[in-house]
Design a binder for this molecule. Structure first.
Ligand code: DGL
Length: 270
């Protein structure tokens, strides 16, 4: 990083999901300058091929670097699983922090030895998830549940969508009845479904999210001068950026609105 470049942490996701990480970052580094970019023109990533996801991740990373970001946070499990290595290779001088399903904390906390992972189809079938399970939960029973269409419902702010409730009842609750006591939120969009999940699970299993851990890691790898920034947040999107401030309030992140330094802008990431 050139010495006169102001540190800025750029956070991106396919859409709104990574706002859960942005919220955690704003809490953990209140003085950091942050840019959030949603690739709304291409959401969801979870049903795309590895090649398509990689192309989007490289385009979004490049666009954020052109906006002045000095650290990148890939606030998307799908993008991390498919493309974080390619992004790091493309920008060897830029720290890149990713997000992976919380298999490790779930394996440490389970009393029954049974874990469920809720993830997009791409994450569910990724080698990276298989490796993560092999590394941290080799002797646990891990049930991977691909959740089709959930990210799209969250994008529409349908946090109580009947299709989601039906899938929770059909695919997750029977596993909990048979001993699963840890439910890993393996997609950043699903953090916003925590109230719905908790209501249906009713205390029989613990939800495991890692947004705060990722935020701490991003603060750690960023230049420490970041912590003496102005605490500004800029919101950007590849489609319909004006919607973003409204979504902050709808997703329970209204405290971030006062940190917005300018109106939301389009980001060009061809
Ligand atoms: N929020 C993303 C994740 O953490 C992806 C959702 C999607 O675009 O399918 O996996």
């Amino acid at each position: 990083m050139p010495t006169d470049q102001r540190p800025v942490i750029g956070v991106f996701d396919s859409g709104l999901g990574g706002l859960s990480v942005l919220g955690a970052l704003a809490d953990c580094c209140p003085a950091a300058d942050l840019i959030y970019a949603a690739d709304t023109a291409h959401v969801p990533y979870g049903n795309k091929s590895s090649e398509q996801i990689r192309a989007r991740v490289l385009a979004m990373g490049q666009a954020l670097i052109l906006e002045g970001c000095t650290t990148l946070v890939v606030a998307c499990n799908t993008a991390t699983a498919e493309a974080i290595e390619a992004l790091r290779a493309a920008h060897p001088d830029v720290p890149v922090v990713g997000i992976e399903p919380g298999i490790k904390p779930a394996a440490l906390n389970t009393q029954t030895g049974q874990i469920a992972v809720l993830a997009t189809a791409a994450t569910a079938k990724s080698q990276r998830l298989a490796d993560l399970i092999g590394r941290h939960a080799p002797h646990k029973k891990v049930h991977i549940i691909p959740c089709h269409g959930w990210a799209t419902e969250v994008e529409a702010l349908n946090l109580d969508a009947p299709s989601i409730i039906e899938e929770i009842r059909r695919d997750l609750l029977p596993l909990i009845d048979h001993g699963v006591d840890q439910v890993v939120l393996g997609c950043t969009h699903y953090d916003f479904l925590a109230p719905t999940l908790s209501r249906l699970i009713g205390g029989k299993a613990q939800l495991v999210g890692v947004a705060s851990a990722v935020a701490r890691q991003a603060c750690k790898v960023s230049n420490t001068e970041t912590l003496t920034g102005t605490g500004s947040i800029r919101l950007m999107s590849t489609m319909n950026p004006v919607r973003l401030p409204h979504t902050l309030s709808a997703l329970g992140l209204e405290t971030l609105v006062e940190r917005l330094s300018e109106p939301p802008q389009p980001i060009s990431a061809p």
